[in-house]
Design a protein around this ligand. Sequence first.
Ligand code: GLC
Length: 421
Amino acid sequence: MNNSSLDQWKTRCHSVLQRNQIVLGNGLRYTRPAPMIYEQQWLWDSCFHAIVWRWLDATCAWQELRCATAKQLQTGADAGMIPHMNYWDGRGTALWNTAERSVITQPPLIAIAAWLTHQKNPNLAALAQLYPQLEAYHNWFSHRRELDNDDMVWLIHPWETGQDATPRWDAAMGFDAKQIGDNTANSGNPSIESDHLNTQTYYHNEYDNGLRQARIALVHTLIKHQCDAGALRQASSFCIAPLDFNAIRCADLEALGNIAQVIDLPAARYWRQKSADLQATLQQHLAKLSSDDLRHQPEVWVNLFCGAANQIQAMQMAQGIEHALATTPYPLSSVPLHHAAFAPARYWRGNVWLPLVWLIWAGLRRYGYDDLAKKLTERIADLIQHSGFREYFNPISGEGLGSEDHSWTTLILDMQLTGYA
Ligand code: GLC
């Protein structure tokens, strides 16, 4: 890509992030995911925003991370948790029984985002300021979410995974085929689908609305069990330990080790060892998968991100990704096209989402599949050129879905600039 076209992407991405930035009274700023639909602050979104902001304005990147950690729990059984949503307007009570925040978390990319921001804009003071919060967060995961002594963490709500409605959670949610509807039931576009309350403009097909109601009802169960993962698992409530979430945690632990190292803390060894232990556990899980799973499951591909795959597994995954690029008009779908539940226009049930694409892209680079990573970047750039900075996309038609001007879709800029600028 030539410099003038890169400059155009920079300008476009900058303007999306700037338009979505919310300035708080105390001089802090965060970036909402999108206007109207997503006014609050979401944890993994903010990590992605920081990863993009670092190319545009380092101050905004650090502030984004500072705001994301600002409502970390200080007391109680969940002390150390960083909430998946911060309600800076104090309107969380209706859903969470707490005004300022949610009671669950989201994929931990915060040490990664801080580390990447530091790579571009070295700032040891900012890292040192964040470190105690990141440390408390990962200790919280260990104390509250590692249920089986194998470093894997368990999640108590689909929203914690960031992939709210993927068919992968149907069984754990107790959904049956009648509730789900068939894969031709589409969302009735141009509606906006969102699990977020206070939304004025969404409407769903009856199935997706029912699934969403079940996710909202699950919040009451969590509150009843004080969000105790062990108790929830015992009560047969939703409780899962997905490979992709754990792969993200493994990479975040590694980044935490890197941060501890550069700010000269002996804890660096502990975090690196913890990351290596989790990587070994993930490796054991990968070893049990068929080569078909390795080739065709996007959630398995995310394991490239933390280095859990051996070279042969990585090659099989890369072949699968190559195949998906060759056979999908607008890759990569988060649910394989041949999956029985694949539904390209239904929320999280078979669409292209930039956060997942970014994780897989970064994993390819980690294993040296740079050409494939570049091809993926080009295809995504074409898709956004075609449909704009939408929240997610139909992999068959390329149609943009969900909210417009969605902040995390600017991850395309990180994909374009990394290894280039
Ligand atoms: C949706 C997504 C979630 C994201 C949020 C804000 O709820 O499922 O992953 O964090 O929107 O973009």
